[in-house]
Design a protein around this ligand. Sequence first.
Ligand code: ADP
Length: 655
Amino acid sequence: MRKPRMVQQGFSGRDDAAIAADRHNPEIRTTADVMLPALSLSRVTTLLLLFAALTLAASQLAFRYSLSAGMAELESTGRHRLDLYAASLEREIDKYGYFPALLGLDQSVLDMLTAPDANRVARMNHYLEQLNARAGSLSIYILDREGRVIASSNWRQRDSFIGENLFFRPYFRQALETGAGRFFGIGTTQGEPGYYLSSALATGQEVAGVAVVKVGLRQLEQSWGAVEAPALVSDENGVVILSSVPDWKFTTIKPLDKAAMEAFERTQQYNRQALAPLGVKELAVLEDGARLVRLPATTTSAPMFPLAGNFLAQTRNLPGTPWNITVYSPQAQVHTMAVNRAALAGAFAAFLFILALLLNQRRHHLKDQVAAQAALQRAHDELERNVIERTADLSSANERLQKEVAERTQAERTLRSAQDELVQAGKLAVIGQLSAGIAHELNQPLAALRTLSGNARKFLARGNQETASSNLERIDQLVDRMGLLTSQLKSFARKSSGRPQAVPVRRAIENALFLLEQRLKQADTVVRVDLVPEELEAWCDANRLEQVLVNLAGNALDAMEGQHAPVVEIAASRRDGRILIQVRDRGPGISKEVSGRLFEPFFTTKEAGGGLGLGLAISAGIVADFGGALSADNLPEGGAVFTVDLPAAPQRPAS
Ligand code: ADP
């Protein structure tokens, strides 16, 4: 583990240009860059198009498949219905199939035909009436061989067939020609549509007449009408003879030809009905002869189910007849289901597409994440490398600095000792300057001592002890004074430690003036020391402060050399925790040229032998060493003033 501080430095140490370069480096991407792959407009458009195409294709496919499957099912249901309808129709007709032939076995019927009389006919009418009621047919009647109705089940009705000649009806002819006939037609008397079943009535080899049963199929039609698939039965000419939709009856599903029209006229098959076209619109022919059609809207009767939309038309022949039965199965449900399934498939495809998209996105995302992690790892590794390099750089720089510090400390130590030496040299120089005065100071008492000691001896020899004793006392005083002077000199000349301590300012001033006493006297100088309070203490070294003061006072004397009655003023005060000592003179002051170089070492205006130019430089150094300052200025009344500014000694607690 690296130190976090180092890592921090590694980051902050990188300059902006390097960071900008990293941004252009494809290797180093930010996490945000990796997480959010830009989806360009063209990509979005392509995706949308793909989405739409896929959804559309899926719904289209589902629609087609569902439609074809639905149609196949519809076809099968239609076929089934067709079979069902045909069977029911066949059943209905076959029920009466043998009916007319059975009448031919009845002797009373034959008797009535061969020898018709009122009684027989009346009995036959009753018989047929009952038979018809039991069988549920429309009517039963018997024709003679010319086609005239002899007896009929409806004999009681006013519009009874009795007496009517029906030789033109095809079922009569068929019975004469083939023994049996079948025919669908509309009744000529009552206009009731029905199915006619006829059979020849033979007595031996001869045909005596024809028995006819007319069957109504309305019930069957009605039962078809309840089913939602409309159905119709058309004859060989395409005339609709049965239909679950009442409106469709006696319409045509194909154009009638001329021969058919003539036959209708002759046989009055449809009782001169208009026979308009049904108007089924064929849309497409499908497999197995099925057709897709659109049915006409009904006008007069409301159907039980809607006839709108497309229908699947399926047709088959009714066995034993030239008729066709057609069933129309509605396609609407199949269509609706196909649409629903298409919508479902579309939605499912859309879901799958979105799922695939999401999975793909997730895969990309994971890939990007891995890439981001790798990039991050690389960046981390690089960072670590940088940190190691920089740490090494810093260590070597640190070592260099430590070496430099050691060298500087050594140099400072050397400098300090040199400074101390300089201070000492300065001091000795001052002593040198003072030496003449001191010698004079010592010589005078020495001469006095000799005189006094000589006199004392004479007075002792004379026995004048009192005077001798006074001389000896005087000698003591002189020796004391000389001792004081030498001890002062010794103290001044010693090497001080330079360690700061509380220094009484007044004593320092007095000592300095004492050392200069001889010079001051010689020049007849007036020294004024302002009342300096005894407790005023500066935070410095006593010996060095004296040295500074001796220098300043000495310079003041030098400046006033040759001047009549020179004056030196010394004052000391305390202000804001500082001690200010001022030395003023009445000399010429400090000229502009000199003021800039005043504290420069070896700068002097004095003649050779007069000065070294070190006094002020050393003094300024000493004051600065104690955290103070030495400054010079000119006085308005003339003369210079030097100010020593030193920190005051910490106040001693009052005892
Ligand atoms: P030195 O006394 O040996 O010349 P200093 O450093 O003591 O060296 O003084 C440098 C110079 O400053 C002196 O030569 C003098 O020109 C000027 N100077 C010092 N004190 C005074 C003063 N009181 N009045 C005018 N000039 C002064």
